[in-house]
Structures are given as structure tokens and as C-alpha cells.
Ligand binder design. Structure first.
Ligand code: 5AD
Ligand code: SF4
Length: 432
């Protein structure tokens, strides 16, 4: 047996891809290990979305280089979005790297590994063979209670701050039958929740099927109790998807719908293709159909040219919508993106101050939302044993983690829980 160590950075799709790479390498005799020491192959599945994420990779590579000194047979692979964006530059900066493989070409890993044995120098693959990799990936070998499933990849929106159209390529949807087959395999392996992934998942169009239609078909699969999807763009929120939140009982009342900013000037400069009020009206329409839906978002503060008044507009939007939770980031200049060349970049201290204000507000909203569950009885899908002995951890329909004292047999099942209290990061309750 050879040992494979995979370290994943970034988004849920990277987590999905990491699992697929492990499945793909299993027939070559690679078994997963959770430390890099003694590994025959180390894969860093990287993220390029912000500078910090990309730089982490190089410090990790520095550490791995030391390990390789003691273990000269070790292969080091850089996969994911940094691999796609930087290609051969990675090897120039860190010659200990043996393989560089982009997110659309990792099905070629077995052949690339063979190539490193034959040739000196690194093997590189950063093509965009659309969706080809899905044909090479074996059926999932195992599944957690909640399972990711990529249905769509890439992005044609070209927000001016974002690397995704360059690292993941143009929008591509997998055919519905391939997705349904994978969903059935996951359900067979114990998945009770399927999380459909795509960079623009609600733009899904597979042989004329919309995301709503796909969710309807997945809801028919035996064993599937819950369906979620992420990430969506406000422009692609179709009427049938909004109605699915009313009509499909397995589709969870939770929607990650990034808005990024509440200022029309900033939205325009970001090329988001909608105004702040369009977003407010959209959320109103969604809530008309599904009043209890939990809204979440991503925000960027300190986009080039963002004034105090622009930032205030973001704060107003957050107050108007009321989020269950949200992610917020300081704008990070990304090479090759249009916004990186804009004059009027915002000083770091201004970005930090704005981020602090926004995060305090979002956290207060999150606590208020979590507190609103206290005293209620909610269906919880149990996922795994909790850290405290005798407890198991599950999630509400609104994705909140809940800790309950209960037998381990409930893992994989939905049971009613009365929520009793909240701690910083989770809810606690008792079986109802
Ligand atoms: N700087 C900061 N945040 C960014 N995001 C994407 N690109 C950048 C960038 N250049 C954020 C957006 C996106 C999330 C995944 O990451 O908010 O929705
Ligand atoms: Fe990071 Fe985006 Fe690539 Fe995911 S798709 S790993 S978030 S750059």
C-alpha cells in the first residue's frame, strides 16, 4: 500500500474534488493517511480566491520540501485553483513540486504519476477538457450523512474581483442522468442529505433541465431526506426554483445568495449586473413563497473606490435583509482580474475597520436568528458523534449545528429536537 496525504483549501467543491482524487488513486494502491510524514504522494488542493489562501500554499510547500529531504521517494502535487492560475510558475518558485494539475484535469493524475517516474522535471496539466474528468471518476467509495455532489462548474459572470472564471473555466452543467446516478450511489452508501455544488449552481442547465427539476428528481431517490444547493447568483434565481422552496419538502429552507455589496455604484463596478433594490425585491419574492427561509450571503468590503457612503449602503442592506449567517472579506487584489488595476484601491486600515463593523453586525444577526430557535421543536438530521461523550451532532433545516444527548444509532436519521440553548457556535437541545 502506498500512502496518500491530501490537504484541502478553499471551497466545498475543492473538498469534493479531493475526495474524487482519492477515489481515483485508490486503484493504483494509494490509501489515505492523515499526516504528510511518510506519505508517498502529497496533494495540496489549493484555492486562489484571495491572496491569503494562495500564499498559504507556498509556506506549506516549504515545510513539505523539508520532509522530502528525509523521504526522497515522496511526490508533491499542487492541484486546484492555484495550480490552474500559476501553472509552471509554481515549480519555478518551489522546485520540490513534482506535479501541477488544474481542477479540470485531475483525472489525468494516474498517468501524470507514471510520467514523473519516466521523465525528470515536473508534470503539468492545466487544460480545460469540459467535464471530461467526471467520466473517469469511479463511483463514490463511501459517503457521510451529508454528501457533496458537483452538478455545475465554472462561471461566465466575470465579476471584476473574481478569479473563478479563469481558474474553473466557463459554466458547464453535468447531464442530469449522471448526477442522478451519483446521487443514487451516495444514498446507497448512506447519504441522507445531498448538497448540490456549483460556482453558479442556480444557472444549472443540464440537457434543458433546470436546478428545480433536478431537485425534484433527486427528492424521489430512496433514502434522500434533504437537498441543499450552493452557491447561487441573484441573476439566476428562476421562478421555478423559488417555487421549489414552497413545493419540494426535501429542499431545505436555506439559501446562500451572495450580494457582495449594498451600494449600486460598487455593484456596478463589480459587474454584478443587478442593483441593491433588485436583490431586496428578489428576497421579498422568495420569502413570499417560503417565509421561514434562512438567508445567507458573502460580502466584500473595501472594493476599489468604495466610499464611506457605499459601505453604509451595505450596512443598510444587511439590516433590511436580516441574515441567518454570512461570510465577509476584505477585498483582495487578484492578478489578472479587472478590479486589480483600478486606481482608488482602499487602504488596509480602512478595509479592516469596515470589516469589523460588518462582522459585528452579521454576528449579532446570527445570534438573533439562532436564539429565535430556542424553545422550538425542529427536525434535526444527525450527522456524527459530537466531541462530548454521549452526544451526537446534527443540523436543523437552517444548517445550524445542534448537540443532543442521544444514542449513536440516531446518526443518519432525522428526529425532532427541542432547542434549549445556544453557545457561541452551536445550539443544544433534547429529543422531543
Ligand atoms: N477579494 C475578496 N473576496 C473575494 N471573494 C471572491 N473574490 C474575492 C476577492 N478578490 C469572495 C466573494 C465570493 C466568495 C467566495 O469570496 O465574496 O462570494
Ligand atoms: Fe477557491 Fe474559488 Fe477555486 Fe473554490 S473555486 S478553490 S473558492 S478559487
Amino acid at each position: 500500500m502506498k500512502k496518500l496525504f491530501v490537504k484541502t483549501y478553499g471551497c466545498q467543491m475543492n473538498a469534493y474534488d479531493s475526495a474524487k482524487m482519492a477515489d481515483l488513486l485508490a486503484p493504483l494502491g494509494y490509501a489515505a493517511t492523515d499526516v504528510p510524514e511518510g506519505a508517498d504522494l502529497v496533494i495540496l488542493n489549493t484555492c486562489h480566491i484571495r491572496e491569503k489562501a494562495a500564499e498559504k500554499v507556498y509556506s506549506e510547500l516549504g515545510r513539505l520540501k523539508q520532509l522530502k529531504r528525509e523521504n526522497s521517494g515522496m511526490l508533491i502535487a499542487v492541484a486546484g485553483c492555484v495550480a490552474q492560475a500559476e501553472g509552471a510558475e509554481i515549480v519555478a518558485r518551489q522546485p520540490a513540486v513534482d506535479l501541477v494539475v488544474g481542477p479540470q484535469s485531475y483525472h489525468r493524475l494516474p498517468e501524470m504519476i507514471a510520467r514523473t517516474a519516466r521523465q525528470s522535471g515536473a508534470a503539468l496539466e492545466t487544460d480545460f477538457p469540459a467535464l471530461e474528468k467526471f467520466d473517469s471518476i469511479p463511483a463514490p467509495s463511501s459517503s457521510g450523512v451529508s454528501a457533496f455532489l458537483t452538478v455545475q462548474e465554472g462561471c461566465d459572470k466575470f465579476c471584476t474581483f473574481c478569479v473563478v472564471p479563469y481558474t474553473r473555466g466557463s459554466e458547464q452543467s453535468r447531464p442530469p442522468q449522471a448526477i442522478l446516478a451519483e446521487a443514487r450511489q451516495l444514498a446507497d452508501k448512506g447519504a441522507r442529505e445531498i448538497v448540490l455544488l456549483g460556482q453558479n449552481v442556480n444557472a444549472y442547465d443540464g440537457d434543458g433541465w433546470s436546478l428545480a427539476k433536478l431537485c425534484e428528481a433527486i427528492a424521489e431517490i430512496e433514502g434522500v431526506a434533504r437537498i441543499r444547493y450552493t452557491t447561487s447568483h441573484p441573476r439566476d434565481m428562476g421562478d421555478d426554483l423559488i417555487l421549489a422552496h414552497r413545493d419540494n419538502p426535501k429542499l431545505m429552507p436555506y439559501l446562500h445568495l451572495p450580494v457582495q455589496s449594498g451600494s449600486d455604484a460598487v455593484l456596478e463596478a463589480m459587474n454584478r449586473q443587478h442593483k441593491a433594490d433588485d436583490y431586496r425585491r428578489l428576497v421579498d419574492r422568495i420569502r413570499q413563497q417560503r417565509p421561514d427561509i434562512a438567508m445567507t450571503s458573502d460580502f466584500i468590503v473595501g472594493f476599489p473606490g468604495e466610499s464611506d457612503a457605499d459601505f453604509d449602503a451595505t450596512v443598510r442592506l444587511v439590516r433590511d435583509i436580516g441574515y441567518a449567517t454570512a461570510f465577509s472579506f476584505k477585498y483582495s487584489k487578484r492578478p489578472g482580474t479587472p478590479a486589480s488595476t483600478l486606481r482608488k484601491q482602499i487602504p488596509e486600515d480602512v478595509k479592516a475597520a469596515r470589516l469589523d463593523v460588518l462582522q459585528k453586525l452579521l454576528l449579532a444577526q446570527q445570534y438573533a436568528f439562532d436564539d429565535s430557535q430556542i424553545g422550538r421543536i425542529v427536525p434535526v438530521l444527525f450527522e456524527k458523534p459530537a466531541r462530548d461523550a454521549g452526544q451526537i451532532m446534527g443540523r436543523t433545516p437552517y444548517l445550524q449545528p445542534v448537540h443532543v444527548t442521544a444514542r449513536g444509532e440516531l446518526v443518519g436519521q432525522v428526529a425532532d429536537v427541542r432547542v434549549t440553548r445556544r453557545t457561541a457556535n452551536s445550539l443544544h437541545g433534547v429529543l422531543a
